[in-house]
Ligand binder design. Sequence first.
Ligand code: 6GU
Length: 232
Amino acid sequence: MRIDAVTLFPGMIDVPLSESIVGRARQEGFLELGFANPRDFTEDRHRTVDDKPYGGGTGMLMMAEPVYKALKSVRKKGSCVILLTPKGRRFDQKLALELAKKKHLVFICGHYEGIDERVTPLADLELSIGDYVLTGGEPAAVAVIDAVTRLIPGVLKKSDATVNETFTEGLLEAPHYTRPAVWRGKKVPQELVSGNHKLIAEWRRAQAEALTGKARPDLAPAKKKIRGAAKK
Ligand code: 6GU
């Protein structure tokens, strides 16, 4: 997969995505990450990329033309262009799975107060990562690129590592434990050390359902009718 980011601050994306699993995915060629900086597509001596909003108001806006030219330099036929904005559709795991199937994603990162509205029709999708305001789209791009990259086949060593995880089934994951079996007096749940795979699976399912109901009732799947459950 190839991903390009149109951004005034490529380091905000390049640096965090050079570490750990995504860094390795880039080194191993699972992900090619490129950048186009609108500042490199200006003509004036000061390389101006922002200006005051028409009608007044606080802050500066990114000008349409440098963003347009930067986008044009990376966009190909079949590219999926995503504008990062708090006004966008909320990003989630389902969308991450969809985006992981694409060959080429282009993220447009707004900065300052935003981008001239006339560039928004250039995007196939407007995306937000949650209901809070960031200084720019770059940290959001990092989150989305991370979530998508780990779903590219081969990036995670264990092929099924993404099958049973949080959100894929609409449930939070059961708690995990590693050695030692007793840590500062706290024991690992006995089901997990039982060696009984059926028991472990049942325990995890029950934990996941209880945790989801408690921490994220909005995610909890509608209770399925269980045969015989009608009687009190
Ligand atoms: Cl995509 N951009 C900005 N600036 N703030 C956000 C966001 C995006 N998603 C949540 N907050």
